[in-house]
Design a protein around this ligand. Structure first.
Ligand code: NDP
Ligand code: OXD
Length: 313
């Protein structure tokens, strides 16, 4: 049996060998020989070429190499097989590290202190405590829930927003389209951990930014997006930073990736840019999870981490 690893970028050989070492009885390949299409029963993908999966007649399931699956579902010819995404403590922990890092850096005025340090100025700034701030987390899935729990431990008040109604201890949860306005209006820092779907595309626009809380202990609202770039309008974020509607932003994802060197977001003094690294997929850890799933599925067991294709996540 053949397992096809189809990723954009240079990581395919690493994933291939990590998977091959755990599935020694299979041919794990990054490219197909003529006639090999009919032997592929599983595909492991990241931004696969449109049409590639549709040409595999025996395909039984597709594994995304990340938690997000917008890159898989964007292929209009995607065959009707189960899509599995990454749900892993390793990836979740990495994302929470990023969120806690960015929230604390904004709280503790990292930007202002880096400027003071560069100018060799010994000056202290008014410092609100964590308990004086409310963090609103948009997306209360695997990643949002873990970030919420860790921010609560640090003393932050936490709100959240999900598609369907949810109960989460110590978190004021809003849901549905109507719940968004309330969540934005009460949050000093807004963290976005949503999937990119037909409902969420372009959500972070001028109206969204205009609906954020005005007066906050940090002098204005802060936005952190580590979900997907397609959730945001880069130009609207820039305009909100310029006009003062937005105090600061931390962005890990962008409408166009890599973010072009000409983007003013790179140089904006109140915008912190990272290159889509909030939660890396570790081939060693995640290939073990994928190999276990394949072994179980072949033996007649159920797959976990299945994607609801109609919801888009
Ligand atoms: P989950 O599927 O576990 O959770 C998604 C959450 O978003 C759920 O709470 C869901 O609501 C909510 N949601 C979906 N659609 C809507 C909507 N229309 N309105 C309100 N809430 C909505 O995903 P994960 O937590 O595992 O991952 C979230 C995203 O993070 C991924 O899809 C990916 O895009 C991104 N990501 C980014 C990484 C990076 O390095 N920057 C790394 C990993 C992931 P409900 O609870 O009702 O279903
Ligand atoms: C993911 C990502 O979806 O890294 O896991 O973006």
């Amino acid at each position: 049996m053949t397992i096809l690893v189809a990723t954009s970028g240079a990581s395919a050989p690493t994933w291939r060998s990590a998977l091959a070492s755990r599935l020694p009885q299979d041919a794990v390949v990054t490219a197909l020989e003529p006639g090999q299409d009919a032997t592929v029963d599983y595909a492991v993908v990241w931004h696969q070429e449109p049409g590639l999966l549709n040409a595999l007649p025996e395909l039984k399931a597709v594994f995304s190499l990340g938690a997000g699956v917008d890159h898989v579902l964007s292929d209009p010819t995607l065959p009707d097989v189960p899509i599995v995404r990454i749900v892993s403590d390793d990836l979740t922990g990495r994302m929470s590290e990023y969120i806690v890092w960015r929230v604390l850096d904004h709280l503790r005025q990292g930007r202002a202190y880096r400027d003071l340090e560069a100018a060799a100025r010994w000056e202290d700034l008014p410092q609100p405590a964590a308990h004086a701030l409310r963090v609103g987390i948009l997306g209360l899935g695997e990643l949002g829930r873990d970030a919420a729990a860790k921010l609560r431990v640090l003393g932050f008040k936490v709100s959240g927003w999900s598609r369907t109604p949810r109960r989460l201890e110590g978190v004021e949860v809003h849901s549905g389209r109507d719940g968004l306005a309330a969540c934005l209006a009460q949050s000093d820092i807004v963290v976005v951990l949503l999937p990119l779907t037909h409902e969420t595309r372009g959500l972070i626009d001028a109206a969204f930014l205009g609906g954020m809380k005005r007066r906050t202990p940090l002098g204005g609202p802060v936005l952190i997006n580590a979900g997907r770039g397609g959730l945001q309008k880069d130009a609207d974020i820039l305009a909100a930073l310029e006009s003062g509607l937005l105090m600061e932003a931390s962005l890990d994802v962008f409408e166009e990736e890599p973010l072009p060197p000409t983007s003013p977001l790179w140089r904006h003094p109140r915008c912190f840019v990272t290159p889509h690294i909030a939660a890396a997929s570790d081939p060693d850890v995640l290939s073990a999870l994928i190999a276990d799933q394949i072994t179980r599925h072949r033996a007649g067991g159920a797959l976990t981490g299945l994607v609801d294709r109609s919801a888009g996540y």
